[in-house]
Design a protein around this ligand. Structure first.
Ligand SMILES: C[S@@+](CC[C@H](N)C(=O)[O-])C[C@H]1O[C@@H](n2cnc3c(N)ncnc32)[C@H](O)[C@@H]1O
Length: 264
């Protein structure tokens, strides 16, 4: 496969217009940019959830994302705030940008797409795009603290496919007054390749009438901590540090997010 299989398109991309809170990850990456240096690159910036906060705070940060739909949301939100970010539509494994950075960070991006080889290439492209001594950081959500994801590897569970759609849930109000209903299901888990496939069904409602339905599919890579360390080393990084849950504490098995920080 030459392309990451992600589901950040169409209605799903539109739903990200509502995600505006930067959360603890925003604080964490902001501090990292301030200490590691600028210019910085928000790799997989999506709708600009973090990027726009950083630009408002006066940081010099560019954005890059594979999904043009996510970038369109980012652009629209930026224009409303009087910002004009440099945005690039590129897959991270093919990253080819005009400038070199002191910090590259990827929030919620590593582990999406379903192709370990492309992630390896992405790490090499990040290494190439950093100035000497520059920092690459990303968070990775571990699957072992997610019981359904972990249990889905067992023979009796991985053969039940595809599972049905869960009952419809709450609807999210969009800016134009329509309502968005989102439900997700597992399609397949392949423990040999360490890849899970999930689908999202999105339904757009207007005054009780269904006006659009989409199904998007995403593949998720499963990595161990040590595998990611080896990949980073192979890409040329050193001084690899792993913290837990957007804190300065070293990662433990009880953390849900592993934060990798390494140096060119
Ligand atoms: C979960 S969203 C996170 C967006 C943003 N970083 C944030 O924290 O709000 C993941 C983003 O990564 C992008 N993405 C996934 N795989 C990518 C790849 N291989 N290259 C570039 N962008 C990618 C998706 O299009 C999506 O916008």
């Amino acid at each position: 496969m030459q392309r990451p299989q992600i589901w950040h398109y169409g209605l799903l991309a539109q739903s990200w217009a509502n995600a505006t809170e930067a959360g603890p990850e925003g604080e964490y990456y902001k501090k990292l940019i301030e200490t590691s240096g600028q210019p910085a690159l928000d790799l997989g910036c999506g709708s600009g959830r973090l990027l726009l906060h950083f630009l408002q705070d006066g940081l010099d940060v560019d954005g890059c994302d594979y999904s043009e739909d996510m970038l369109a949301v980012c652009q629209e939100r930026a224009a409303k705030q009087g910002l004009s970010p440099r945005l690039y539509a590129q897959a991270m494994h093919e990253l080819d940008l005009p400038q070199r950075y002191r910090t590259i960070f990827a929030c919620g991006v590593i582990g999406l797409g379903g192709e370990h080889r492309l992630t390896m290439q992405a790490m090499q492209r990040c290494h190439e795009h950093l100035r000497s001594g520059g920092i690459f950081a990303f968070n990775y959500t571990v699957r072992w603290n997610d019981p359904p994801a972990w249990l889905a590897r067992l023979p009796e569970n991985r053969q039940v496919k595809p599972e049905g759609w869960p009952a419809s849930s709450e609807r999210q109000l969009l800016a134009d007054g329509t309502e968005l209903e989102m439900v997700a299901r597992s399609l397949e888990t392949d423990p040999l390749e360490n890849v899970a496939t999930r689908q999202m069904r999105l339904r757009l409602w207007h005054e009780g009438v269904l006006i659009r339905e989409e199904v998007q599919t995403q593949r998720l890579d499963d990595y161990s901590k040590n595998e990611l360390v080896l990949m980073l080393e192979r890409a040329g990084f050193s001084d690899i540090q792993i913290n837990g849950d957007f804190s300065d504490e070293p990662a433990t098995a009880d953390h849900h997010e592993l934060i990798f920080i390494c140096r060119k």
